[in-house]
Design a protein around this ligand. Structure first.
Ligand code: MLT
Length: 409
């Protein structure tokens, strides 16, 4: 008899974004003439830039000839991409990360979920509340929790509330924890962490032999030079932090798929006898067993982001989305909402009016304004009464959506 991994049965609700998609589909089928504006999932809308596309085409062309054709590539990624990342994303910022610490993958969503399997089920996981739902769901799937209560909290996870009072930056947990998810710039609140705030976490992790999973998928949206772009700008992080990065939001690769995970040599986890093991080697074992690498043309395209033209073009796209975020912030504020985020981040986070529940606001917005956003409660119980808008939309749609929201009764 085949039996299941019954941790999956603990997940009562479906994954957030398909549920949004289901509700939107139901609405559009019933209202085919409605012009629905989608600002829910953070999916990019600007095409890949000319320099990236040129490199992509060149990569495809190389596959057409005996002399340049490529079969399996290195599972960890081609050196040309790993070296460019090490040079421009890390060494240029004073972070001592080498190409060998970098594992190219097909997405940070996959990596932040997959990393769980190399850590034992006895680990206590701490995560922000609200935060990207993948962290909690994959903690459950990997057997590190009990059941959830009626509020949606899983037994065994340490939730760190991110509230208006703490500027949506979590405080150190009171309980002992082992694995800590941090996400900055934050999805969904758009909050960023300063170097001194990150230092507190790094010191805590070093002292308690914890590992920080630092999701920096939105680092490209940081415009404030005082805000760290990588956790490895913080002294000691190379001994306790794993960083996840993605080309999805940085350069429009949500459909193309390319990301990377950084695990420096010094990051250790312990066996039952207390002996240290290099996490990098365990991840390498997993990666080489379960993954065959990102396609060559996609890695060529990703490497083009690090050329001067590629950098200039992708910066322009980021600036476009950030301008959207600014317009959204201004208009939502004028419409009477309390607004957060959207400055060093592509997400604008608002408080609903009159304590309306997040999903009720979702339905109202969809039905009365034909605008899609993301209910804050979908990111964790502390997101209840909040709502997220993504700035990855066309300018025209952003302006139109904000006008409709202003006129909402
Ligand atoms: C989001 O909208 O939160 C993101 O697009 C989800 C993701 O990156 O997987």
């Amino acid at each position: 008899m085949a039996s299941i991994n019954d941790n999956y049965l603990k997940l009562k609700a479906g994954y957030l974004f398909p549920e949004i998609g289901r509700r939107v589909k139901q609405f559009t089928e019933a209202n085919p003439s409605a012009k629905v504006i989608r600002m829910g999932i953070g999916d990019v809308t600007r095409p890949l830039t000319p320099t990236i596309i040129k490199a992509f085409h060149e990569g495809v062309e190389e596959m057409a000839h005996f002399s340049s054709f490529k079969g399996y590539g290195p599972e960890q990624g081609y050196d040309f991409l790993r070296e460019a990342i090490a040079e421009y994303d890390y060494k240029a910022r004073g972070a001592n990360i080498s190409a060998d610490d970098i594992f190219i993958s097909d997405g940070s969503k996959c990596d932040t979920g997959n990393i769980q399997e190399i850590f034992g089920s006895e680990n206590i996981v701490a995560l922000g509340d609200p935060v990207y739902p993948v962290y909690a769901d994959t903690t459950v799937m990997s057997g590190k929790t009990g059941d959830s209560d009626e509020t949606g909290y899983f037994e065994g996870i340490v939730y760190m509330p991110c509230t208006e009072e703490n500027g949506f930056v979590p405080q150190l947990p009171k309980e002992k924890v082992d694995l800590i998810f941090l996400c900055f710039p934050n999805n969904p609140t758009g909050a960023v962490a300063t170097a001194s705030e990150l230092k507190i976490w790094v010191d805590y992790a070093l002292e308690n032999k914890c590992i920080i999973f630092f999701d920096a998928a939105y680092q490209a949206f940081i415009t404030d030079p005082a805000i760290p772009r990588t956790i490895y700008e913080i002294e000691g992080a190379e001994k306790c932090a794993i960083e996840f990065r993605s080309f999805s939001k940085t350069a429009g690769f949500t459909g193309t798929r390319c990301a990377f995970t950084v695990i420096p040599e010094g990051v250790m986890a312990f066996d039952k006898a207390g002996n240290p093991h290099k996490v990098k080697l365990l991840w390498n074992r997993r990666h080489t067993t379960k993954f065959n690498g990102v396609s060559y043309p996609v890695q060529k395209a990703a490497a083009a982001i690090y050329t001067p033209e590629g950098k200039k073009e992708t910066d322009e796209v980021i600036a476009y989305y950030l301008e959207n975020a600014q317009i959204m912030r201004d208009r939502l504020h004028e419409a009477g909402y309390v607004v957060f985020g959207g400055i060093n981040a592509p997400y604008v986070w608002i408080k609903t009016k009159n304590d309306m529940k997040s999903w009720d606001f979702f339905d109202k917005l969809l039905h009365d304004a034909n605008v899609v956003g993301t209910p804050g409660s979908g990111f964790g119980p502390s997101g209840e009464g909040y709502f997220r808008f993504s700035a990855f939309a066309d300018r025209e749609n952003v302006i139109e959506a904000m006008e409709r929201i202003k006129n909402l009764k």
